[in-house]
Ligand binder design. Structure first.
Ligand SMILES: *Cc1c(COP(=O)(O)O)cnc(C)c1O
Length: 431
């Protein structure tokens, strides 16, 4: 199986975190997001322990909550002692409503509005990750009006291409995010930031992209960032005490994806960074990392009911499900690969080649193409694995389709932690 929380029981049904997925589908209806809560907690602990052990006590992971943002997740993060990234006023609101300690939040984004900046300060957001000059000015000015000093990091682009899909690369020089080191603009902006009142610059941030399987990518960006920290110290006397390496450890979506040992990789990255810091004679900064996907992805599974199985003679077969791009737009957006199976016949040979289609009025509404399933029939339960990240988070109401419920599985049992939208919910704001 793709991940250790997946299995097959004596009835031939797919299990997830020890629960029979077919029973879950019956009890809670489909489409349904299911969350393995223990898996999320394990991941948090793996990151926290590895980072403290290898980078030092003050270092810590920040859960990039855009991957899956709703109240229950922020409660888990609070209980596990995680800090979190937030990227909008609404994520800040959700975290606060969930009782998350706001001093442990980092506010990201390449275009924070004045309203959001003021709202974030009123909510007590701990750090801003400032993207550009306009934002530095706005943060400084609004903090001044409120009579506070806002702690910030500056987002820089180290000029590195990760070997991932173009739309999820963010660290290259011409990225829309941050300020480029290579062009000299980062240094100029850093000098400027140091002159601004009501902000306290602690250090620098970079995020090279997502689905990173090779720790070397973090080493490469750390080299550039440490070199930069050294340059800034020489040029201005300012010594950054925080280096945020961003997010992006990869997850296994399909069998051909590599395995990754997070702790092992963090250990290797730490060894590299310590040596580099010594070489530059820079005191080892507090290291932050921002895993999103890798904390929640394999803790998620989506269950659907099969509607039609349509074979176009001489061409292909479509298996249509009761969800699709509205609950998982990632194939339509990026061509992302997923592993799926017929959950109620999980031990049958998967030899029926098909394309899994959603229910939207859109030919591109697909979940997977040319995959093999046990011959599906109307009423079968289709499970799509590793959907914990960027599925609910990216869900929409296209075609006025209500968003599915999220059910959490833990040692006490299963429970709804996010309600299924009703038709009335979807029409709620219609005047
Ligand atoms: C999206 C994002 C992350 C998380 O990326 P994952 O691939 O989900 O781990 C981390 N940091 C920043 C700044 C991001 O934008």
């Amino acid at each position: 199986m793709l991940h250790t929380n997946l299995g097959i029981n004596d009835n031939g049904n797919l299990t997830f975190a020890g629960f029979d997925t077919v029973k879950l589908a019956k009890e809670y209806q489909t489409p349904l997001y299911v969350l393995d809560e223990n898996r999320i907690r394990e991941k948090c602990r793996t990151y926290i322990n590895a980072m403290k052990k290898h980078f030092g006590e003050k270092s810590q992971p920040l859960y990039a909550s855009k991957a899956l943002s709703f109240k229950y997740i922020y409660r888990i993060m609070k209980e596990e002692g995680m800090s979190v990234d937030v990227v909008s006023g609404s994520e800040i609101y959700t975290a606060k409503e969930a009782g998350f300690p706001m001093e442990n939040t980092y506010f990201h984004g390449n275009n924070k509005t004045d309203f959001e900046i003021a709202f974030a300060m009123d909510c007590g957001v701990g750090h801003f990750v400032a993207d550009c000059r306009e934002e530095l000015d706005a943060i400084s000015q609004i903090a001044g009006e409120k009579g506070i000093t806002q702690k910030i990091l500056m987002r820089l682009t180290p000029g590195i291409d990760t070997h991932t899909y173009e739309a999820v690369q963010t660290g290259q020089v011409d990225s829309k995010f941050g300020t480029a080191i290579e062009t000299g603009q980062a240094l100029e902006l850093t000098k400027y930031a140091l002159t601004l009142p009501n902000i306290e610059l602690e250090g620098f941030h970079c995020h090279i992209g997502s689905q990173v399987f090779d720790g070397q990518t973090f080493c490469d960006s750390a080299d550039i960032m440490l070199d930069y920290i050294n340059t800034v110290r020489k040029e201005t006397g300012f010594l950054a005490t925080v280096l945020n390496l961003g997010g992006g450890y990869g997850v296994r979506y399909v069998e051909s994806d590599p395995y990754l040992d997070i702790e092992e990789s963090i250990a290797a990255v730490a060894t590299h960074i310590k040596a580099k810091a010594e070489e530059f004679n820079v005191p080892m900064p507090t290291i932050l990392m921002e895993p999103g996907r890798s904390i929640v992805a394999d803790a998620g599974l989506t269950l659907y009911t099969v509607g039609s199985v349509k074979t176009i003679t001489g061409y292909k077969s479509y298996v249509s499900i009761d969800g699709g791009m509205t609950d998982n737009p990632r194939y339509a957006l990026y061509g992302s690969q997923y592993t799926s199976c017929i959950a109620n016949r999980a031990n049958e040979v998967a030899d029926f080649e098909c394309t899994i289609a959603g229910r939207c009025c859109e030919s591109g509404d697909l979940i997977a193409e040319n995959v093999k399933l046990a011959k599906p029939e109307r009423g079968d339960i289709l499970a799509v694995m590793v959907t914990g990240a960027y599925n609910y988070a990216m869900a929409s109401n296209y075609n006025r389709v209500p968003r599915p419920a999220i059910v959490a599985l833990n040692k006490e049992g299963s429970k709804v932690v996010l309600k299924r939208e009703t038709y009335a919910d979807v029409a709620m704001n219609d005047m």
